[in-house]
Design a protein around this ligand. Structure first.
Ligand code: RP5
Length: 185
């Protein structure tokens, strides 16, 4: 019988919600990050990318984070998206625990408009990179789109959906009723 390499993680993983077939794992330092990170989940959903979302704080639940990241690749996840605020170590620690690409979403927490989180994620020391996005909602949406770009390298369906999304975005027009030369309504 072959020993399960992740046996030591089982109890800790019981505290996480996992989804069969998930390609992206979205992690947050706190449930208070969810209103922003719901935009990541919505964007992944719009692109048909199966994903799972969990609160796993690097500071408050480091052993659970090790279990999640240590088993992520073998469970079929291809990208991790990590959101945290303040001294935002989640993405960096996750990146240290897996070879999967880790995208960081800095949250506006209780001070400095998210600059603390941005620098915590972006200023990684050489050797363990975190692909850091913008603070807040823009970064949350872009993390999903960047994850889609990564997955699209080896998945034609996701590539087609991503290109369709971009075409729709390019085709959008922006009427400005009342502005010079624009129709009144
Ligand atoms: C971080 O601290 C979380 O990612 C969150 O952005 C921030 C505040 O967390 P709570 O105090 O709301 O749980 O760990």
């Amino acid at each position: 019988m072959v020993a399960d390499p992740h046996a030591r993680y089982h109890d800790l993983m019981n505290d996480c919600i996992t989804i069969d077939g998930a390609r992206v794992g979205v992690l947050m330092g706190s449930a208070s990050d969810w209103p922003t990170m719901q935009k990541t989940s919505d964007t992944l959903g719009d692109l048909g990318i199966v994903h799972e979302c969990n609160v796993v704080s690097a500071h408050r639940a480091p052993k659970r984070l090790e279990a999640y990241c240590g088993s992520a690749a073998d469970r079929g996840l291809q990208v991790l998206i990590c959101a945290a605020g303040g001294a935002a170590h989640l993405a960096g620690v996750a990146a240290a625990l897996t070879h999967l690409p880790v995208l960081g979403c800095p949250m506006k927490a209780w001070s400095t408009e998210g600059l603390d989180s941005l620098l915590s994620m972006a200023q990684m020391p050489r050797g363990i990179p975190v692909g850091t996005l913008a603070v807040g909602s823009a970064g949350a949406v872009n993390a999903a789109l960047l994850a889609a770009s990564i997955i699209a390298l080896s998945d034609q369906d996701i590539r087609d959906r991503l290109l369709a999304f971009r075409a729709t975005q390019s085709d959008a027009t922006f009427p400005l009723p009342g502005a010079p030369g624009h129709p009144a309504s």
